[in-house]
Each structure stands twice: as structure tokens, then as C-alpha cells.
Design a binder for this molecule. Structure first.
Ligand code: BF8
Length: 661
């Protein structure tokens, strides 16, 4: 990819260039101007006390460097990693706590604008928690479920509830190494204690607690968030939507929901179509109200309602620069403070809505689940009132792509066997036969330090070409969606013949959009279900499965990578390692964790090498499981496939509004 390209996405690149020619700065410009600190970037900077910061550099830093207190490079690097894990776990889990409290409020009749939408899922979760549900009022079950889930945050002794959802063997590994988390808050608190000056200095010991903390994220925080969101708003099933900047409408009020917590966004879904609100918009000269999403909030409402997405993390400033966004609400996580300043140069109103997060230059309208509709109406009216202030300024883009999203574990089971015989048998069999070589979770952020979304796109196309089924989440999904990759047609055009055959038979895309970042927990439960189905590994470890976060940037991604590694999945992150300075820490994360948990955390900047490592891990796992050796082109080659060019023409004629699709 060319040095000058800042985004691999054509529409994003167009806006970036338009912005540059008009003097608007974005994260892409700042990334070029601000080089990462070479000491901090490799994990060699210790700033946990005020005798430092100590920079552990030198010719033989690994052997000789010491901080003022005598802390070695491996100690410092391990502490830095643990603090990242703790921050990521805290973010996902605090989000989950809010969701569980909302469920409790709904059960108690205190959040009247919300209801329990998916009673089946409530009962399924009640079953995991040993909460009696037969013959009881739904709200009583919901109250007990919420109360039990909330115990996971403050529990001091014992184990978080959902560990028992993992295969027995995986649980045994956790027990053997003392990794079973007690409670989310306790593990995060202990992580901060251990990394405080003068406490835990053994890198292996520090990192074991890192894995325990990360497991509290994956199997409590994130999983609770996924489950409660499904209970309140419905378990996703495939839905068609659109992605990229062409989702914004010239003649309607464009309101963007950006961030992570789906509560306000869910209320907006109905309210923006409410006749009273639409009439209000029309009274101000707009044809209607167009709700769009950004980042993980987008994934939540895309999965459940087909609300279109403008893309992932690096698209947030670019969205404003289209000049078409009348208001953007932001709650928590992955919100660039730069958007408040940028919005002043356009007409966009940026509105902070969380009691936890304010931003100089933004309007603050606090969301409260007890009066959700009232708050949402206030925000919608503000967006509508701002429509008249729209000017011609902006880089208007029309490109958009169709997206199929909404692949929950429940739906994937259902699609493989129907309601009464739902299972993972067909997928396991396809892997055993070698039609599907393995599974990759393609997740994590998009990043302005590489041609953004480009690594996702490269890996997505190469992996499916190699008959690897992809499950995607977070901004990985946004990167694929805004490239037009989340459609069944992608299988026909780009997938290897074995994978293509499976996708055609079931009618699925080769890249399954599983949801937001907290929905990485769905991958954990899917892997557990595949282990339970039989024929592959009887634990999560040892499956022909790999996690990849090629453009990661957030501490949340590190927490996710570590809970996958601890659960038995080899994980490969793009970019340079944040603990590269310490060979010892690198050895622990790769070799030692692989021996103990069958998972690992690698960092590899070269996308070709990421691909090769992932395929190698998959093939090694197949060999260990004594599965048929994967042979490219063995399956499906004899079939006459649809002519995609002709199919496109038919589609285009039928749906001209779908742009270049
Ligand atoms: O939680 S993938 S940039 S938006 S951290 Fe953030 Fe990364 Fe996107 Fe969602 Ni996840």
C-alpha cells in the first residue's frame, strides 16, 4: 500500500483528502505528526512512582537496566501490560454493570421505556445461573437474574458465574493455574494494587493475574453485557443494512449514535420513526429523521434493527466532515475528543450523554434509563432544530454497501439445524472434512497509524480465499462492512471452494458479523458449543481457531486478546508489541501461555506474516486433532458457480439505491 494512503477505504480517503485541502486536521494527520515515544511504546517506561519515570534503556537493557527501586525490565513491562488489561476489563465491565442495573430497573418497573424483549434468552441465562424460571412471572425471573449477575462485580470469594459455561477441560486449566476470577472489581482492584510501587515483581506471577483479570472481562463483564442486551433488546438474527458514509441523507435529519452503550440508541430507533417526531422534522424542512451509527453502538443497533453504520473508530471525524451530520451523541469509550472542536467548524452538534464522560466543547444531555424517552426526545429535537443550519460545506459521499449482520450463537445454532435440532454439527463436520480449514475471529480497532481498515481487508480476503470462516466483531466488522465484504456474494467471489460450498449450502456470508466488542464473548460461547458438539477438541484450546486484531489500539483489545489466550486461543495482534523491550515477557506470552493454556498473544506488524502464522496455527491444530490434511481446492471445484457480473447487473437494476453494489 502506498505511503501516502491514510485509509484503505476509498470513501474515507476521499474525505481525508477533502479535509486536507480545506485545512481540517484529523487523527490521520496527528498520527503522522506525533511519533510514538520509543521507550513507552515497547513497555520500557515505568511511571508508577515519582522517583521516575524510569526509562529502562541501554545496550543490554534486558540484563542490566533497573529502575531507581531496582525493578527490572520484565517486571516493568509485565506491570504495564497488566495495567492495560485492567483498564480494558474495567471499561467492558462497567458498561456491563450499567446493563445489569437497567435489567434490574426494568424488572422492578422503574424503567418504563424498556421491556424484556427476549424471554427465551432470559430463561436460557436463568438456566446458566440456576435461577428457577418455570411458572414464575417474567419480571421475578429477570430480577433474580440481574441480581445474580450483579454479584459477579462485587464478589470477594468464589468464582464468577459463567465459568461453568466453558468446557470442563478449559475450567480445569484455569483451576490448576489459579486463574478463576472471583469478582470483576476484585481482580481489577488487585491488578492496580499489584502494579503499585513495590508489590508484585515476578513477571510470570504478574501476568497470571493479568489473565485472571482478562477472564473476568470475557466470562463476566463482556458476556454479561451481551446477554443482558439480548434479553432487553432481542438476540440478533440476520438482518440487512448498509454501511459507509453514503448512509447519510441530504434531505433528512442525520442523527448519529456513537460509542458503546446501546440504551439511548435503542430508544432512538423507534422514536426517530415516531409520527410526532417525523412531523416535527417535516415542520423544519426535512423529509424525516435518519438514524445512523458509529463504532460499537452502531454494531448493536445494526445487529438488531438494521440501522446503517457510518463505520468504525477512524471514521468519526470523517463523518462530521461530510457536513451532513446534524447531531452526534456520544457516551463512553473510543470517542475522540477532537470531534468536539471539529464539529464547531461544521454545523454538527456533539452531545455527551453519559454521567461518566464529558468533553469540553460538547453539549451535555445526560441519559437516564428512568426517563429514557424524554431524554431521547430532547436530543432528537436538538438534531432536528439544527437541520436548518446545515450548509453546503462538507465532503458529501454517496458510496454505501449492503451488509448482512446479526449472527448470534443462538442464530448460528438455529441455522445449522432448525429450532428443535439446533447444533454445531454441520460446522464441525465441515471442519473435520476440511471444507472449512478453520475459524478466525477478526476483531479489534481500525488504526490511523496504518492505512486504516487495510489490514482487516487484506486478512479478510486472504483468509476466506484459504477456506477459513471468519467471525468478526467491533471495528473489524465495520472495516469489512464499509468495504462491502459482509454479504453472501463475498463467498461466491472470493472464498475458497470448500468454504464457498458451505456458505452456499447454509446461505451465509463467509464473514459472520457477530456484533460489538463486548460480543467477542459470543466467540467464547461458540467455541465452547463446538467443543461440546464433539469431533474437534474437547476444550477451547486445540481448536483450529485463531484470533486476530490487526489494527488494535485500545486497552480493551489487550484485555480481549488475553481472555482469548487464557481460554485456549492463539491470538495475533498487528503492529509492534507494547512489551517488545522484554524478551522474558514476550516468551511468557507466547511459549509459556501456549504450554499451559494452548493460547498465546503475539504481536506482528507484517500482515503477510500474520496470515502465515494464523494458517500455520490452524494447520497444526488440525494435525494434532488428526483431522484430514487441508487440501486447497479439494472441495467444491467441480461446481458451476453463479456468474457474479451478471448477478450484479440484476441486483443493480432492482436496487439502484444501493450505490455501486
Ligand atoms: O470496542 S474495536 S476502536 S469501537 S475498542 Fe473501540 Fe477498538 Fe472500535 Fe468498540 Ni472495540
Amino acid at each position: 500500500m502506498s505511503e501516502n494512503i491514510k485509509s484503505a477505504n476509498k470513501a474515507s480517503e476521499e474525505i481525508i483528502q477533502w479535509g486536507e485541502s480545506h485545512g481540517f486536521e484529523t487523527c490521520f494527520d496527528r498520527a503522522q505528526r506525533l511519533k510514538p515515544c520509543p521507550i513507552g511504546a515497547t513497555g520500557a517506561c515505568c511511571k508508577v512512582c515519582h522517583m521516575g519515570p524510569c526509562r529502562l534503556v541501554g545496550k543490554n537493557a534486558e540484563e542490566e537496566a533497573r529502575g531507581v527501586c531496582g525493578a527490572t525490565l520484565p517486571t516493568v513491562a509485565a506491570r504495564n501490560l497488566l495495567r492495560m488489561i485492567a483498564a480494558g476489563t474495567a471499561a467492558h465491565s462497567d458498561h456491563a454493570r450499567g446493563m445489569a442495573f437497567t435489567l434490574l430497573s426494568v424488572a422492578n418497573g422503574e424503567a418504563k421505556d424498556f421491556k424484556i424483549t427476549d424471554v427465551r434468552k432470559l430463561y436460557r441465562v436463568a438456566g446458566y445461573l440456576n435461577v428457577e424460571f418455570e411458572g414464575r412471572p417474567v419480571n421475578d425471573v429477570a430480577r433474580d437474574v440481574a441480581t445474580k449477575l450483579l454479584e459477579d462485580f462485587g464478589r470477594q470469594k468464589g468464582e464468577i458465574n459463567y465459568l461453568t459455561r466453558a468446557p470442563k477441560k478449559t475450567q480445569e486449566r484455569w483451576k490448576k493455574w489459579g486463574l478463576a476470577p472471583r469478582g470483576v472489581d476484585r481482580e481489577v482492584c488487585e491488578a492496580m494494587h499489584r502494579t503499585n510501587i513495590g508489590v508484585d515483581h515476578d513477571p510470570d506471577h504478574i501476568l497470571l493475574h493479568g489473565l485472571r483479570t482478562a477472564l473476568a472481562d470475557g466470562w463476566a463483564g463482556s458476556m454479561i453485557s451481551t446477554d443482558v442486551t439480548d434479553i432487553l433488546f432481542g438476540t440478533p438474527m440476520p438482518v440487512k443494512a448498509e454501511a459507509s458514509f453514503g448512509i447519510f441523507k441530504e434531505d433528512e435529519v442525520n442523527l448519529v449514535v456513537h460509542g458503546h452503550e446501546p440504551l439511548l440508541a435503542e430508544i432512538m430507533v423507534d422514536l426517530t420513526q415516531d409520527p410526532e417526531m417525523v412531523a416535527y422534522a417535516q415542520s423544519k424542512g426535512a423529509k424525516g429523521i435518519n438514524l445512523g451509527g458509529m463504532c460499537c453502538t452502531a454494531n448493536e443497533v445494526l445487529m438488531r434493527h438494521g440501522i446503517p453504520t457510518a463505520g468504525g473508530f477512524t471514521n468519526q471525524e470523517l463523518g462530521i466532515m461530510t457536513g451532513l451530520v446534524d447531531a452526534m451523541t456520544v457516551d463512553v469509550q473510543c470517542i475522540m475528543p477532537a470531534i468536539a472542536e471539529l464539529s464547531k467548524k461544521f454545523h454538527t452538534k456533539v452531545i455527551t450523554t453519559s454521567e461518566k464522560a464529558k468533553m469540553p466543547g460538547a453539549i451535555h444531555i445526560e441519559f437516564d434509563e428512568h426517563r429514557a424517552k424524554e431524554v431521547a426526545k430532547e436530543i432528537i429535537k436538538l438534531a432536528v432544530d439544527n437541520f436548518a443550519n446545515r450548509t453546503a460545506k462538507g465532503s458529501h459521499i454517496t458510496e454505501k454497501f449492503p451488509v448482512i449482520a446479526g449472527f448470534s450463537q443462538e442464530y448460528i445454532e438455529y441455522m445449522q439445524g432448525g429450532r428443535w435440532r439446533a447444533s454445531f454439527r454441520p460446522l464441525n463436520d465441515a471442519i473435520i472434512a476440511g471444507r472449512v480449514r478453520g475459524v478466525v475471529g477478526l476483531a479489534g480497532c481500525d488504526n490511523p497509524r496504518v492505512p486504516s481498515t487495510g489490514l482487516h481487508r487484506f486478512l479478510a480476503t486472504e483468509l476466506i480465499k484459504n477456506d477459513v470462516l471468519i467471525v468478526s466483531t467491533g471495528c473489524g466488522s465495520a472495516a469489512c462492512g464499509t468495504a462491502g465484504y459482509l454479504t453472501p456474494e463475498m463467498a461466491l467471489e472470493n472464498a475458497g471452494p470448500g468454504l464457498r460450498e458451505v456458505c452456499e449450502a447454509i446461505g451465509i456470508p463467509p464473514i459472520l458479523h457477530l456484533g460489538s466488542c463486548v460480543d467477542n464473548s459470543r466467540i467464547l460461547t461458540i467455541a465452547s458449543a463446538m467443543a461440546a458438539e464433539g469431533g474437534l477438541s474437547d476444550e477451547i484450546g486445540g481448536m483450529p481457531a485463531v484470533g486476530i486484531a490487526p489494527e488494535w489500539m485500545s486497552e480493551k483489545a489487550i484485555a480481549i486478546g488475553c481472555y482469548f489466550a487464557a481460554s485456549g486461543v492463539p491470538v495475533i495482534f498487528g503492529g509492534d508489541s507494547p512489551v517488545e523491550a522484554s524478551e522474558e515477557v514476550t516468551r511468557i506470552m507466547t511459549k509459556v501461555w501456549m504450554e499451559r493454556f494452548m493460547g498465546a498473544l503475539h504481536f506482528e506488524p507484517d500482515p503477510e506474516k500474520i496470515l502465515a502464522m494464523a494458517l500455520d496455527y490452524i494447520d497444526q491444530a488440525r494435525e494434532r486433532l488428526k483431522l484430514r490434511k487441508y487440501e486447497p481446492g479439494k472441495f467444491g471445484a467441480e461446481r458451476v458457480l453463479m456468474d457474479m457480473a451478471a448477478r450484479r447487473e440484476i441486483e443493480k437494476a432492482a436496487k439502484p439505491h444501493l450505490g455501486i453494489y
